[in-house]
Design a protein around this ligand. Structure first.
Ligand code: NAD
Length: 370
């Protein structure tokens, strides 16, 4: 069985760094992968060079690479769609204008997904404004369950872990269950304290609220600011936007969501369609929550106790997303999406594409819709 993976914006910075992770087995194990690379006509020339490089890598699982400028070709029967291509924010461009330009693009992406993708396609939106682009796409793809979509806040999650690990002088991998709440924008709330913990060398889990007890000022000011503004800091230092880390986060998000799942008790941050009013957040927006992943599905982890400080931060990012939603809906003329969370069974009754995965627990769960 071949997993058909479509990637829009494949000729861009993130696309270039992401393609080897998709083709090498890092995400999908030893399952065969067919890549459909979607671009605008001006980028097809450079993408042809990238295709040559992919062939020159001789990835054992890569069966085919198709370059196209037509979403209907790229998404035809696609199992996984990664939407990285979009209108970038130019200097002096207001966020409203960015939303306007991208709503048009993501409306047509959503319609194409609806028309030709596999009924169980999984869609990860990376292009900014990621949450609202995701909302537009899932609104237009009305046959696909909203559970099959998410927007990337995994990079912010990793950035938060990195900042805390550096502060505490431990490895980033020992930091667990930090949460990015809300929008992938400067209003996001990186939260170390509500559920975060550090795994000590002897395996003990120590809450970050204890480890940072004498450093609460940092955890509630500079830490939050630095994670919110990390993308800008990378641009200032590098002269280019984050690409390696964004590609790695995209690959890790897909791998965790669709292949390995989260380990028991662990969460990752994913921006998902809020159909349940989780944590009192307004329904109908795509909001980043702490999520567990099992059998190719995400589940918002409920029950974290939020302080007044945290609640206030959630309100700020929620308000921005509600505003973005209103702007997008005005443009596409669609009322808030009807909830389509089809009750999905687990891999055992669905379609598991895994046959010879490289890790024993690697099975790609692209569960059938009904
Ligand atoms: P880039 O400009 O290098 O690449 C974008 C590519 O998209 C270009 O090759 C362009 O030709 C293509 N494109 C534009 N419109 C398209 C369309 N309608 N269909 C198909 N392709 C189209 O940008 P990048 O550095 O690769 O970043 C891509 C996006 O990811 C940006 O929107 C960026 O803001 C966003 N981003 C998100 C995160 C996150 O964590 N969610 C992190 C970093 C970057």
């Amino acid at each position: 069985m071949v997993i058909r993976v479509a990637l829009s914006g494949a000729a861009g910075n993130i696309g270039y760094a992401l393609l080897p992770l998709l083709a090498s087995g890092y995400v999908f194990g030893s399952n065969a992968v067919e890549l459909r690379l979607l671009e605008i006509p001006q980028a097809v020339g450079s993408l042809t060079g990238t295709k040559m490089e992919l062939m020159d890598c001789s990835f054992p699982c890569l069966t085919d690479v198709i370059i196209t400028t037509d979403p209907l070709v790229a998404f035809n029967n696609a199992d996984v769609i990664i939407l990285v291509g979009g209108m970038p924010r130019r200097k002096g461009m207001a966020r409203k204008d960015l939303i306007q330009a991208n709503t048009k693009i993501f409306s047509s992406m959503g319609k194409a997904i609806e028309e030709v993708a596999s009924s169980n396609v999984k869609v990860l939106v990376v292009a900014n404004p990621a949450n609202t682009n995701c909302l537009v796409a899932l609104t237009e793809a009305s046959k696909i369950p909203t559970k099959n979509f998410c927007a990337l806040t995994y990079l912010d999650h990793q950035r938060a872990k990195g900042q805390i690990a550096t502060r505490l002088g431990v490895s980033a991998n020992s930091i667990k269950n930090v949460t990015i709440w809300g929008n992938h924008s400067e209003t996001q709330y990186p939260d170390a304290l509500s559920g975060g913990y550090c795994v000590a060398k002897d395996g003990t889990k120590v809450p970050l609220s204890e480890m940072l007890a004498n450093d609460i000022d940092w955890a509630t000011t500079d830490f939050i600011y630095d994670v919110q503004n990390r993308g800008k800091a990378v641009i200032e230092a590098r002269g280019l936007s984050s690409a390696m880390s964004a590609a790695q986060a995209t690959a890790d998000c897909l791998r965790t969501w669709l292949v390995t799942g989260t380990k028991t008790g662990e969460t990752v941050s994913m921006a998902v369609y809020n159909d349940q009013g989780y944590y009192g957040v307004k329904e109908g927006i795509v909001f980043s929550f702490p999520c567990e992943c099992r059998n190719g599905e995400w589940f918002v982890k409920e029950g974290l106790q939020l302080s007044d400080f945290s609640r206030n931060k959630l309100n700020i990012t929620e308000a921005e997303l509600v505003e973005e939603m209103a702007a997008a809906h005005e443009l596409i003329g669609t009322s808030p999406v009807k909830i389509r969370t089809v009750s999905m069974s687990t891999c055992s009754s669905g379609l598991s594409l895994a046959t010879t995965a490289t890790e024993s627990d690697m099975s790609v769960c692209l569960t059938s819709r009904m």
